[in-house]
Design a protein around this ligand. Structure first.
Ligand code: ADP
Length: 474
């Protein structure tokens, strides 16, 4: 199965796109809301400040000698409003010079001494924000009053602490800034969950597809999800499988037919060659050619027979007639059968104490598999060597081992030896008469019996083939 990093998955992309879009939308809405609120609060603050300031100025009486503030006849609320201004008011003439007054609070006097009201004193109208050295934010309204005719005009600067409003706005800003990553995390998690749910049917389809091999191409994917997209995917997948299966069947049928067609002419050629070789008057060079032809015909016949066996195998596992069979008995028979060939090559087949173990399988096919393996061990052993055959129980399986000390298989060839017509060393295998189909047949037989096959090999050291087949209790 193809592995990709999580970043490359559709689920990751969907959830992050979803998360980022939601966060951007919320951040935009949040900041517009913040700017609207802060603007409105400023306007409201200024409107109230101006109203109250007008009331304050109306209660001031200014003579050249003194400034007086009267609250007579005012309601308690208005008195409070006026008193609120007392700590933060200062009066200037139109040139920005401070008019002396004993009503100035200590705070104002200190600010005047420090020169912090420098900019404010020159204002003659409107509003002005001012941040004191201690960080307090003030908003001042500047109101002109007095008589312009006798040039006794003044500007009253009245301030109010804006700290409370500023603190609320600051809090709103902090909440806004911290909530963005939180919203992002939340929406990515929700997106991850939703995308996972939406993509699950596709994953199920992919999982079914992953288990398809040439053996089960007729499988049709079924899904319990009835969303139109999933249904469409499943339908197109199934119809593709149907077409693939049909093509595969046609190729298999062609292989079987071709092998079948070749069998008769090959048998005739073989027979005629053998008859011709019996003639005593045959010149030596012609005899040599005929003998070599016969060898090649032998090999061709083996290839054709193996192709037919494979074609038969590929028609399905139903051809197997399973019943409990004694593996040790089969091995003893085969060793006896093959010992003549082994002796011819100065080899010895050894088996020590084969236990009585049974597997559920087709006697004929299992014999064929073991015969192929022993035959390979003989073919690829060095003269004078031994071949060890072992049998043991491993958990719920029966393990059959065939070990030789022959030419071995290079590690680069090992993964391919089960491929059809693959030969690790074509020149050498050919002289030994191999068809290159033996191990493909063995693999099919083992897997059709729900078993496993493993090959360990080292060049020039030898090869061990292990077959595991499900055991049957005695
Ligand atoms: P062949 O008919 O050529 O033996 P197989 O399918 O049986 O074909 O084996 C495929 C290839 O695997 C062989 O050509 C050979 O190179 C290699 N092979 C199989 N068994 C052995 C073995 N016991 N020792 C060394 N090489 C082996």
């Amino acid at each position: 199965m193809m592995k990709t990093s999580i970043i490359g998955t559709l689920r990751f992309r969907l959830s992050w796109t979803h998360g980022i879009i939601i966060s951007i939308v919320i951040a935009c809405v949040g900041s517009s809301h913040y700017y609207f609120i802060s603007h409105k609060s400023q306007k409201d603050f200024d409107a109230h400040l101006l109203l109250d300031a007008r009331l304050f100025v109306s209660r001031l009486s200014m003579t050249p000698v003194a400034v007086r503030l009267s609250t007579d006849g005012l309601s308690p609320v208005d008195v409070l409003t006026i008193e609120e201004f007392v700590p933060y008011f200062v009066i200037t003439n139109l040139n920005g010079e401070v008019v002396p007054c004993d009503l100035y609070s200590k705070y104002v006097q200190e600010m005047l001494r420090l020169g912090e009201f420098k900019d404010l004193l020159n204002q003659t109208s409107g509003f002005m924000s001012l941040t004191a050295a201690d960080g307090t934010v003030f908003r001042f309204a500047n109101l002109q009053t007095g008589d312009s005719q006798n040039s006794s005009e003044f500007v009253v600067h009245l301030g109010r602490n804006r700290e409370q409003v500023e603190a609320t706005l600051r809090e709103a800003r902090i909440i806004g800034v911290y909530s963005v990553p939180l919203i992002l995390a939340l929406s990515v998690s929700i997106g991850w969950f939703l995308a996972g749910r939406a993509l699950k049917p596709f994953d199920e389809v992919a999982q079914t597809a992953e288990h398809l091999t040439t053996e089960n191409l007729n499988t049709q994917i079924a899904t319990r999800h009835n969303e139109r997209e999933v249904q469409r995917l499943v339908q197109s997948f199934n119809s593709m499988m149907w077409r693939l299966n049909r093509s595969f069947q046609q190729v298999r049928q062609f292989n079987a037919d071709a092998a079948h067609e070749l069998r008769t002419p090959l048998a005739i050629l073989q027979g005629e060659n053998e008859i011709a070789l019996r003639s005593p008057s045959l010149p030596d060079d012609v005899r040599a050619v005929l003998a070599s032809n016969l060898e090649e015909l032998d090999r061709l016949t083996r290839v054709v027979n193996d192709l037919l066996t494979l074609a038969e195998a590929e028609s399905g596992t139903e051809i197997l007639q399973r019943k409990p069979i004694e593996v040790s008995a089969i091995l003893r028979d085969l060793i006896e059968e093959m010992s003549a060939l082994a002796e011819e090559r100065q080899l010895k087949i050894e088996c020590r104490g084969l236990p009585n173990l049974r597997v559920l399988g087709d006697d004929l096919w299992i014999r064929r598999a073991l015969l192929n393996l022993i035959d390979n061990s003989i073919k690829y052993s060095k003269p004078g060597g031994i071949i060890e055959v072992s049998l043991k129980r491993v958990d719920s399986m029966v393990q059959i081992g065939i070990r030789d000390y022959g030419i071995g298989i290079d590690s680069k060839d090992l993964p391919r030896i089960f491929d059809r017509l693959y030969r690790a060393d074509p020149a050498r295998s050919r002289t030994k008469g191999g068809s290159g189909l033996g191990l493909s047949i063995v693999k099919w037989i083992v897997e059709a019996h729900r078993g496993q096959i493993k090959v360990h090999s080292q060049p020039d050291r030898g090869t061990t083939v292990e077959i595991l087949l499900p055991a049957v209790e005695a």
